[in-house]
Design a protein around this ligand. Sequence first.
Ligand code: TYM
Length: 333
Amino acid sequence: QPRLFSGMQPTHDSLHLGNYLGAQVNWVRMQDEFDAFFCVVDQHALTVAPDPAELRRRTRVTAAQYLAGGVDPERSTVFVQSHVPEHAQLAWILDCITGFGEAARMTQFKDKSGKRGQEGTNVGLFAYPMLMAADILLYDTAAVPVGDDQRQHLELARNLAQRFNARYGDTFVVPEAHIPSETARIMSLAEPTAKMSKSADNQAGNLMMLDEPKVNTKKVKSAVTDTDNAVRFDPDAKPGIANLLRIHAALSGDSIDTLVERYAGENRYGALKTDVAELVVAVQQPFKQRVDELLADPGELDAILARGADRAREVAAPTLAKAYDAVGFLPAG
Ligand code: TYM
């Protein structure tokens, strides 16, 4: 089976609906056809200087959410990035073939470092995309299911694979991004021209998978829309309604056209919101319940992660060895 790799940062206690619809739904859908690796990228999360106890807790909670969302640890490998030292080791090599200007052009780096200012920005934030490329390339990955905001990082990973292969001989598989067509950019409910984001200032726009259902219901009902009162799918003119329609379609399986017909007519925003709220609660309630169960017995979860790390190292170590040899590192002993 061809390989699949993806990951999420354990920077928060809960995934949001964008993580779920933009990435996780595809993970679960694709895990049958691929030999899949799902990684909790704690080393990436370190770039925002989390409290150590929180990072530890959130790493487990994030792994639990992988499973709650449908990742099957019997079929797929679930593990924590820092348990597999090859990631950091390959990242160094990739740092050395990445141009400074090339890394400085990454829009996520520009956004994050812009927000934090020169003083608050660290070198890890700059090197972040090369660590991400290492994650992917270590596993001879063919497919990387992610949301739209990772497109540029994926392009860099492809470029680095090709560059390394050209310079040192064929070593890495060139990966392909799998980005969903309708749910690649779930927008904030409070500010529908900005994506739903864990680091957004306005958390009222985020539907958190582990929040109480009534909190999410309230957020959906207060979602920012427009005053035109007609349900049409027009992401430019009506971003709030388009976002609700996309969420509805993704969760219900109905097409956007069907939904536009169903909610046509005056004053139907309320009905659309009520139905979206119900659909959101219907996925997040069992999700949350499963996470609570998994965390009640962290021994089982930790055993899954330990097995996952062993299996990940079995694949990552030989790839790293090939890369070490290709660049001319002297074998140890
Ligand atoms: P992270 O943790 O920010 O996000 C996890 C996944 O959720 C997707 N996503 C969204 N999709 C749709 N709408 C949104 N509003 C939305 N917000 C987030 C992201 O695209 C991502 O797929 N750099 C990565 C983590 C990473 C990784 C990797 C991913 C590290 N190494 C290797 C794939 C392969 C990140 O920060 O994701």
